[in-house]
Design a protein. Structure first.
Length: 317
């Protein structure tokens, strides 16, 4: 693995570094977006299934107390006419049916379903009481209306509003639970994000250090080689990891390297070999010149000796 990484081109190393950083960043971003999406879903759920529900339950409670009970009292005390009282009760019943139908069609927890069923049962008893109130108003029976209000109306409405109060408490409990869950998730996301960022910085630093160390190692090798060359040492060559590959068509063996440093090393080795050749050639030419000079000197010595001998002969004559 280490050798394979060493043999890679610098551009490939940088590309791998960039890919790792990009993938890590995308992973982190995706994780955060996913968690934020879950938090948004919970927030939407709080509004859609809790806040709206509490608003509906409050309206339901107001209809029972404000319309049914108050209308009955107002009719009894002649503040409203009999017809106004009847219409008020009918309108209240229609609005109650609409609210309950909308509430039932939303997302309910198991506990909500149980409480809602109890609320509907209590509502049925209250509906029966409302019908009796309407009959008394139609008969314009003020005494009968007063008896219904005093004997059963409050008790029936109290049962309904009691169930509504329990549902409101449940909504608050679920909203608080959702808030706590999202608070925990927020701090978890924050902690994970910090950890991932720190790990990301460490990984990037390590990758950068490995690539830098790999490049610096090759550069230091070249520096040492050039220092030796400057001191006249031409015996050291750059060590190259060469790869041989057979050409299937020609059958020839092709040798190549994988990275730029090895390619630069080949050029350096060629330079050293050429320098050696030049020095060898110069040395050979120097030896040839020296040999010629010696031969010329010897020839001159022979000529000089011959000249001296001729001179001596002339003197003797």
């Amino acid at each position: 693995m280490k050798k394979m990484f060493k043999n890679m081109k610098i551009s490939s190393k940088i590309a791998i570094f960039g890919i790792i950083v990009t993938v890590f960043t995308i992973f982190l971003t995706g994780l955060l977006i996913f968690q934020l999406f879950l938090m948004k879903q919970d927030i939407d759920s709080i509004y859609r299934n809790r806040v709206v529900h509490m608003k509906q339950l409050k309206e339901l409670s107001d209809l029972y107390v404000g319309n049914i009970i108050n209308n009955s009292y107002k009719v009894k005390n002649r503040i409203l006419t009999w017809d106004q009282g009847i219409n008020g009760l009918k309108e209240a019943q229609q609005e109650i049916e609409g609210i309950l139908s909308e509430y039932e069609g939303s997302d309910l927890t198991e506990e909500e379903i149980v409480l809602f069923a109890e609320l509907k049962n209590a509502k049925e008893d209250t509906d029966k009481m409302s019908l009796k109130l309407i009959e008394a108003m139609k008969a314009q029976d003020n005494e009968g209306l007063d008896n219904l209000i005093k004997s059963a109306l409050y008790q029936r409405v109290d049962v309904v509003t009691g169930k509504v109060d329990k549902l409101i408490e449940l909504q608050l409990s679920i909203a608080e639970e959702t808030y706590d869950k999202n608070s925990t998730r927020y701090f978890a996301i924050l902690g994970v994000s910090l950890i991932v960022i720190i790990v990301s910085i460490i990984i990037q630093g390590l990758l950068a250090l490995i690539i830098s160390k790999n490049i610096n190692g090759s550069l230091n090798s070249f520096r040492n080689l050039f220092e030796k060359m400057s001191n006249g040492d031409l015996t050291k060559l750059y060590s190259i990891d060469e790869i041989s590959k057979v050409n299937k068509k020609t059958g020839k063996i092709k040798t190549y390297t994988r990275n730029e440093m090895d390619q630069l090393g080949i050029s350096y080795n060629i330079l050293i070999n050429n320098l050696k050749k030049i020095i060898t050639d110069i040395s050979y030419d120097g030896n040839q010149t020296a040999s010629s000079a010696i031969q010329l000197s010897e020839g001159m010595n022979v000529i000089s000796e011959a000249t001296k001998m001729q001179t001596n002969d002339v003197v003797i004559l």
